[in-house]
Design a binder for this molecule. Sequence first.
Ligand code: OGA
Ligand code: MN
Length: 285
Amino acid sequence: MAMEVIPTGAALGAEVRGLDLTGPLDAEAFDALQQAWYDHSVLLFRGQSLSDDALIAFSENFGALDIAPASATDMAGTQEKSRPEIWIISNVVEDGKPIGALGDKEAEWHTDMSYVAEPPMASVLHSLEIPKAGGDTSFGNMYKALETLPDDLRREIENRIANHDSSMTSVGELRAGAGAVVDVRNAPGAKHPMVRVHPATGGKALYLGRRMNGYVEGMDVAASEKLLDALWAHCTKPEFTWTHQWRVGDLLIWDNRCTIHRRDSFNGSERRVMHRTQIKGGVPV
Ligand code: OGA
Ligand code: MN
C-alpha cells in the first residue's frame, strides 16, 4: 500500500496512512515521509504498536536521539529504565511514585527543551494508554505566526535574543535541582534568537520557549513582559493551531523548530501513558 498524506485542513499537521512503522523504512519511503513532515510540521500515524526499541529505531530515521529531560519528579523515574532516550509522560503513580512526567494538569504552550543550547529538533510521542476524555494536544504553526505578526511587533523582535527559562516545566513545577526565579533577567536557561531559520525548509519561524519566566534580553522587565504577552497572544490564536484527540496507538512527530504545543488537563483517576523520544537538533539561528 502506498503512503498517503492527508492534511488536517487546519494550520498544520497531516495524517500519514499506509506505513507500518515497526519495520525499517527504505530510503525512498523515508524521503517521502520527511518531505511530508517538512510540509506539515506535525505528522500523525494511527494504529501503531511500537515497543521502546521500535520507537527508538523509527525515531533514529530522523537523526541521533537526545536523552530525556529532567522533570519535577526524580529524573530517573521519568526515563525508561535502561533506555534514557525514552521519556515517559504519565499521571500513573505506582508504589507512591509517578511513573512519568507532566501529571494530569494542563501543560502550557511550549516548544520542547528550548532551555538548552541545542534543543531537540523533533519529538516523537506514542500513546499507550489514553483517558476517555481530555488530554488533547494542540499544536501551533510558528511560520504562520511570524508571517502574520503585526509590523510593530515584527520590528520589536528583529535581531532580538530571548532567554528560555529552564527552571519550570510546562505544568508549572520546578525541575529537579532548580531554584525559584525571582528576577526573569537572571533566570537559568538558554538564549536564542526570537526569529529562527529552519535549516531544512529555509522558512523563518517565531521562536518562543514557554511564557513562564521568559525574558527578552536587553529590555527592561516591564517591556519584555508586554512584548512576550503580545507575541503569545498572537501565536496561540486558533487560526494557527490544530488540536489532536488521542487514541491508543497514535504516534505523532512534531518539529520543535517551527511549532509549539500544549496539552489539556484530564481526569486524574484515569490512566494516560505515553512514551516519547527527542531527536537531536543544533544551535537555533
Ligand atoms: C511532550 C508534551 C504533551 C502530551 O511530549 O513534549 O508536551 O500530550 N506532551 O502529553
Ligand atoms: Mn512538550
